[in-house]
Design a protein around this ligand. Structure first.
Ligand SMILES: *[C@@H]1O[C@H](CO)[C@@H](O)[C@H](O)[C@H]1NC(C)=O
Ligand SMILES: *[C@@H]1O[C@H](CO)[C@@H](O)[C@H](O)[C@H]1NC(C)=O
Ligand SMILES: *[C@@H]1O[C@H](CO)[C@@H](O)[C@H](O)[C@H]1NC(C)=O
Ligand SMILES: *[C@@H]1O[C@H](CO)[C@@H](O)[C@H](O)[C@H]1NC(C)=O
Ligand SMILES: *[C@@H]1O[C@H](CO)[C@@H](O)[C@H](O)[C@H]1NC(C)=O
Ligand SMILES: [Zn+2]
Length: 741
């Protein structure tokens, strides 16, 4: 049946081709892009005062490089995707694709695109998973799929409907769940026997309804080239045949629109949910049962590309036994407790995600007991090049001929809301992140006003100085305060301003609380210190050249803190045991005077095993400064329980000789990290490069976790530019693509 269908489609697709080629050739003489456009005058009757309808076409598993695949027609090689390539040249196109959410699977990603939420927040954490609270399992094939309980958050079709507009879905995961309130205005139960042509025809019929019934938002879903990518591997020529088929189906829709004079009057986004990588049968897999006998009896396991393990016995010992049996068995398998799992995956905060997660190198799989064969697959780390998803957009609202860098698919939700003038529900995207794609984006909101952080000055006189020395001390502080050493912290006003300008070039990072956070300003770095908890909030410094690491400081009291202020001594009044190291947040030997490194406001405790990562990170930073020159670093603790850590935001300017503060935003190179400092499993076998790569973050991740707002002095649009970057935007310290490790 399926086979017959395929042949039918092929014949009808190629049958139409010759005629259309002539047609297209004629148009190309005009201009291949011109012919796709319409003027507002030509569309005004169709629009009837409304915004253009928005059509989102999902081509499952369409990798960006599939656009370069060729097919042979009548002995002549030509691009498989003629229309999509043309749209990519004429509209908005991301050559390296759009970054899916983790895990790079169909259901989680489709639902993230229409909600702007990470899977941990929208509930669809995989294609199949178990919910211990519901004591039920979700899977694509079970009738559970349509039970609204599983689907959390507001999908766009619901926002549209609720705000008096019309939405219509010709398939989209989550659109056929059975809650009538959250359902689109028009929708169908998923049925894979409805042909692609029938789907496109239905979409067309919707688009030409009278304006009072016409949907403002339409989706359509095609399950190729995913299906063939799985069965044949992404490298197979059969994938190109499917690319040709889906492209022809879209062409048929465009032809229909042209016939009725609405081509160029509809906004069209063609996207994929994820990419595809080879999973060679008989190779590159591990059997978990070899390491933990009877693992299937003792745990509920979803295995393969990305495995999750829920021990039946819910005790810490049992978790440690199973995870401990798997950890460090192979370089291509990394075992995590979910709270230590890289923060950029946002994959922890729901009971639907079990505690033990198994991350595999791309193309590698871990099976509980035996291999199941697919020649291609997806679900791996979403930063892998092969997991990226195709994105092309064209229409009256989109800019022409614009190439964009990779972006997070969760940012599409706000974009689509902006296009349709629909209010978004709370979501994980950044408002404005993708406004650069639009011809006339909504005006930027005004930036939040800057709140100055008051500074703790050097004691004004000797009496105050002596008073400050009465502050609580402890055995950690082995250095002593002398007036001559401490006087290096007594900066003139102009030296203070110079330090602020140098070390916080984009304004002092803003913290939520401004009453108990105070700045302490030294020649070589600036710290925002929480005088109630005794912890730094952030430390910011700019370095120009490689530096020696400072020797282990002889810590002493920072005399700028007042007698009542808390410090590290309040956290470790009885000294520190051997599981901890105390390290300087500003860690370099300073040309001015190393004395200002050893004050206790610059001290932070890290777990002993993390110290090697700490040192390696600074060696890496040091090497980067040697090549990139002036570099700003903001570092601080992540106080989040149950997985405390450290964040780093490292920035430099790609234009040589431009001061950081004057760096144009497109030249501003930034990489950020959130590192857990107390990893439970696999710590000893994860290589430095793999560790730093895994714990890359994007800036919103750091802001969300710490409550700090970075780059506060930048205009809204520039800040949105930085917030919208995926880790793939920079190779400043580490290459973000895990397959390059
Ligand atoms: C596809 O065909 C074009 C000619 O139409 C050729 O220039 C190109 O190199 C081919 N691409 C591949 C990947 O073979
Ligand atoms: C969960 O459901 C299964 C049947 O699907 C049942 O056997 C089991 O007792 C249930 N467990 C709990 C805790 O309710
Ligand atoms: C994602 O958005 C939801 C809804 O606003 C929120 O509850 C959740 O904390 C957000 N998650 C992150 C990582 O920002
Ligand atoms: C700090 O330096 C200023 C000169 O810049 C000086 O007048 C003042 O006495 C110094 N303060 C202390 C406590 O040494
Ligand atoms: C930084 O590099 C310099 C020279 O390349 C070297 O002497 C120094 O030890 C390095 N510092 C660190 C912290 O690795
Ligand atoms: Zn798939």
């Amino acid at each position: 049946m399926k086979c017959f269908l395929l042949i039918f489609l092929l014949i009808s697709a190629f049958g139409e081709l010759s005629g259309r080629s002539v047609h297209r050739a004629k148009k190309r003489q005009v201009d291949e892009c011109e012919a796709l456009n319409a003027t507002p005058e030509e569309c005004s009757a169709y629009w009837a005062g409304e915004k253009p309808p928005l059509l989102v076409v999902s081509l499952d598993g369409f990798r960006p490089d599939y656009l370069q695949r060729n097919v042979t027609v009548n002995g002549v090689e030509e691009p498989a995707a003629l229309l999509l390539n043309r749209l990519s040249r004429c509209g908005v196109f991301s050559p390296t694709g759009m970054t899916p959410v983790f895990p790079s699977l169909t259901f989680p990603n489709h639902y993230s695109i229409v909600t702007g939420l990470y899977p941990e927040s929208h509930g669809i954490v995989a294609n199949s998973f178990y919910d211990p609270d519901l004591n039920a399992s979700f899977s694509l094939s079970s009738p559970q799929q349509t039970n609204p309980t599983w689907w959390i958050g507001d999908p766009l079709w619901y926002n549209v409907k609720r705000q008096g507009k019309i939405s219509a879905t010709c398939f989209w995961p989550g659109s056929d769940q059975t809650d009538p309130v959250r359902a689109p205005n028009y929708w169908l139960q998923y049925d894979d026997t409805v042909t692609y042509s029938e789907r496109m025809r239905l979409v067309f019929d919707w688009l030409i309804l009278p304006v009072s019934q016409r949907p403002n938002f339409v989706t359509v879903y095609l399950d190729e080239p995913d299906h063939t990518g799985h069965g044949e591997s992404p490298d197979s020529p059969l994938v190109a045949d499917q690319v040709r088929i889906v492209d022809q189906e879209l062409q048929a829709l465009f032809d229909n629109m042209e016939q009725v004079g609405i081509l160029g009057c509809v906004d069209v986004i063609v996207l994929a949910d994820h990419g595809m990588a080879p999973s060679p049968p008989g190779e590159k897999f591990l059997i978990m049962n070899d390491y933990v006998p009877n693992i299937l009896n003792d745990a509920r396991i979803y295995d393969g590309v990305f495995s999750t393990i829920r021990p039946k016995l819910d005790t810490e010992e049992e978790h440690d036994r199973i995870a401990g049996g798997l950890q460090c068995q192979d370089d291509n398998m990394r075992v995590y407790n979910k709270w230590d799992f890289p923060r950029r995956h946002h994959y922890a905060n729901t009971n639907r995600i079990p505690n033990i997660l198994v991350d595999m190198t791309v193309s590698w799989r871990a099976y509980a007991k035996s291999e199941w064969i697919l020649r291609g697959n997806h679900g791996w780390d979403n930063l892998n090049n092969e997991m990226q998803a195709m994105f092309v957009a064209h229409g009256p609202s989109f800019k022409k001929n614009l190439q964009v860098r990779p972006f997070h698919n969760i940012d599409l939700y706000n974009l689509m809301c902006a296009m349709m003038e629909v209010d978004p529900s709370p979501n994980n995207g950044t408002w404005g992140a993708l406004h650069h794609m639009l011809v006339s984006p909504p005006a930027d909101p005004s930036p939040e006003p800057l709140t100055p952080i008051s500074k703790l000055p050097f004691p004004a006189d000797e009496a105050t100085y002596n008073e400050h020395l009465m502050r609580k001390t402890c055995s950690l502080l082995t250095g002593s305060n002398t007036q001559s050493i401490d006087s290096t912290l007594n900066l003139t006003e102009s030296a203070t301003n110079a330090a602020l300008q140098m070390h916080t070039p984009w304004g002092t990072p803003q913290t939520k609380d401004t009453t108990q956070i105070k700045t302490v300003i030294s020649t070589d770095y600036v710290t925002a210190f929480d005088v109630v908890s005794g912890l730094p909030s952030w430390t910011s410094f700019t370095i120009n050249q490689p530096r020696l690491t400072t020797a282990q400081p002889q810590w002493r009291l920072d005399v700028r803190l007042e007698e009542t202020h808390a410090s590290i001594c309040d956290r470790f009044p009885d000294g520190i045991d051997s599981t901890w190291s105390v390290v300087p947040l500003f860690p370099f030997d300073t040309p001015s005077n190393s004395a200002d490194v050893a004050v206790d406001t610059n001290a932070i405790e890290i777990s002993k095993p993390f110290e090697t990562y700490w040192n390696e990170f600074h060696a890496m930073l040091n090497r980067s400064v040697e090549t990139n020159g002036e570099t700003n670093v903001i570092v601080g603790p992540v106080r989040d329980s149950p997985s405390p850590g450290l964040f780093f935001v490292v920035s430099t300017c790609r234009s040589n000789g431009v001061a950081l503060a004057d760096c144009p935003v497109d030249q501003l190179d930034m990489q950020s990290f959130i590192m857990p400092t107390n990893v439970r499993y696999s710590r000893d076998c994860i290589k430095f490069t793999a560790f730093f790569n895994a714990h890359l973050a994007s800036l919103p991740d750091v802001e969300h976790l710490t409550g700090i707002r970075f780059f506060p002095a930048l205009p809204y649009g520039d800040k949105a530019d930085i917030l919208s970057r995926t880790p793939l935007a920079s190779t400043l310290l580490v290459n973000p693509d895990p397959s390059t490790l």
